[in-house]
Design a protein around this ligand. Structure first.
Ligand SMILES: [Cu+2]
Length: 291
């Protein structure tokens, strides 16, 4: 028999503590003294310190993790009170430091997409970065719940989408499932009709949105982020983030066309943004990719 005696157990426990302490010290020194963020930020760092490689994950959709391709999103605070305006701060880390050089992607160096886990409360924001690589912007969450925050950016020609959850406490949480699939949507007096080719998982398809206002085609669309419009597509269940591409060619002047590739069968929530009369408007759709 090899049962440890009590003092041996204590000895092992102390050794274990010492090992934990050593790991903390190593992480602490890797992060460096410049770190002045809150303890919430440090907890995140301890949980996700080090860079994972993405071998075997090449075909995973974007937006499923805080880390991908050796980039890590560190965001604080991740717990807020509903209705309270807070400044969200985040960095993109690579090789132990904050990235400060970003490519322009759709005319911006950082796109922040905020949406509650049930697909409601969609927002598309553009934070500001300081010289040290910390992005910041004030955000208030009017409804309680768990929000997905996506940072969409490109570095050295590679687009990345990292995401984390932000928890908004207080009030009464009422989840709403994705609305049923429907080929048209209304927003701020605009009607938007979605025409899609046959939706097939794993194959690029064209999604065409036709805009009208009181039955008349809207033909004076203003460019938004360097294109006719912007489209975010999220998968039901895990909010995987699809990269879709605006198409320059389209049939009618009131049409906005994208090419999307839905990775799997299932439902997706689409957020189409377009600019008209000087304001950006968002129309939402659910589409279903059959098995
Ligand atoms: Cu953006």
């Amino acid at each position: 028999m090899n049962t440890p005696r009590p003092y041996m157990k204590i000895g092992l426990f102390v050794l274990g503590l010492a090992a934990l302490f050593a790991v903390s010290v190593a992480i602490g020194s890797a992060v460096g003294p410049a770190e002045t963020e809150s303890s919430e930020m440090e907890e995140t760092m301890d949980a996700h310190g080090g860079h994972e490689t993405t071998a075997g994950a090449a075909h995973q959709p974007a937006g499923l993790g805080v880390s991908a391709d050796a980039y890590t999103l560190r965001l604080t605070p991740t717990q807020v009170e509903r209705g309270e305006e807070r400044v969200l701060r985040f960095r993109i880390e690579h090789d132990g430091g904050a990235v400060t050089e970003f490519d322009k992607l759709h005319e911006r160096r950082m796109h922040l997409i905020v949406v509650r886990r049930d697909g409601t409360g969609f927002r598309h924001l553009h934070p500001e970065m300081d010289a040290a690589g910390t992005w910041a912007l004030p955000v208030a969450f009017s409804q309680p719940g768990v929000y997905r925050v996506f940072a969409d950016f490109a570095v050295e020609g590679e687009q990345e989408t990292l995401a984390t959850d932000v928890f908004a406490s207080g009030g009464k949480f009422e989840a709403r499932p994705f609305p049923a699939p429907q080929p048209d949507a209304e927003t701020e007096g605009y009607e938007v009709d979605l025409e899609a080719e046959e939706l097939v998982a794993g194959k690029p398809v064209a999604l065409s949105f036709a805009l009208s206002e009181e039955g008349h085609p809207v033909e004076e669309l203003q460019p938004y982020l360097g294109a006719d419009g912007h489209l975010v597509a999220l998968r039901e269940g895990d909010l995987a983030f699809l990269h879709v591409h605006p198409e320059e060619e389209h049939g009618a002047p009131n049409e906005i066309v994208f090419e999307a590739e839905f990775p799997t069968a299932g439902r997706y929530r689409l957020y189409l943004q377009f600019r008209h009369d000087g304001a950006v408007r968002t129309a939402e759709f659910t589409v279903e990719v059959p098995r």
